[in-house]
Design a protein around this ligand. Structure first.
Ligand code: ZN
Length: 198
């Protein structure tokens, strides 16, 4: 039986996504063995995060400064704006280093089931950013779920009439995917999104 403090740390870690009580206890033991090195680094990194995390007032990203590093990067193309549901989506897209424009985080997706309405998302600030005139293309990068697609459709309607091109991520075959193993929904999307070869 460990002390209350150790149990408290294990309990806090167990609430992290992807960790359960067993892996949390293993992580605590691992840290206890490295209390002069890894534990110090972790404690310092957590303290820095606690002190300095802010939400970017422009795009909704989470960073230690606002505007965030992406919004204030002059190498980013201000003519392209990629709209995502969550900060995690922004990070996933940006890790791929494929998109060189800027982002807008909605903070969720429309959902009748969860009672998420348009006014609960950062749609007003998105329309303001697009209306400001610099943006030429809005990329709707919602998840390929029913709610994600409902949100994309709603945004496309709200953006209609503004002088921007509205595009959407393609849905279809995953890289390395074999037709045989795909579900019908993915296959149908891939077929609908087919394009000329030459
Ligand atoms: Zn930002």
């Amino acid at each position: 039986m460990a002390s209350q403090e150790i149990e408290a740390l294990a309990g806090a870690l167990a609430r992290l996504p992807g960790l359960g009580p067993r892996s949390a206890r293993r992580a605590v033991l691992w840290l206890v063995k490295r209390r002069e090195t890894a534990l110090v680094q972790l404690a310092e990194a957590l303290e820095v995060m606690r002190r300095s995390l802010v939400e970017c007032a422009t795009c909704g990203n989470v960073d230690t400064v606002t505007p965030c590093a992406i919004c204030s990067d002059p190498r980013r193309d201000p003519r392209q704006l990629c709209v995502v549901e969550e900060v995690s989506d922004l990070w996933a897209l940006d890790r791929a280093h494929l998109f060189t424009g800027r982002y807008h985080v909605l903070g969720g997706r429309l959902s009748a089931l969860d009672g998420v309405r348009p006014e609960d998302l950062s749609i007003g600030s998105l329309l303001e950013r697009v209306s400001a005139g610099e943006v030429e293309e809005v990329v709707l990068a919602m998840n390929a779920t029913l709610e994600g697609q409902t949100t994309a459709h709603y945004l496309a309607e709200r953006l209609e009439g503004l002088p921007v091109r509205i595009t959407q991520l393609a849905h279809g075959l995953p890289v390395g995917g074999e037709l045989d193993y795909l579900d019908e929904g993915t296959l149908a999307q891939a077929l609908r999104a087919r394009r000329p070869v030459l």
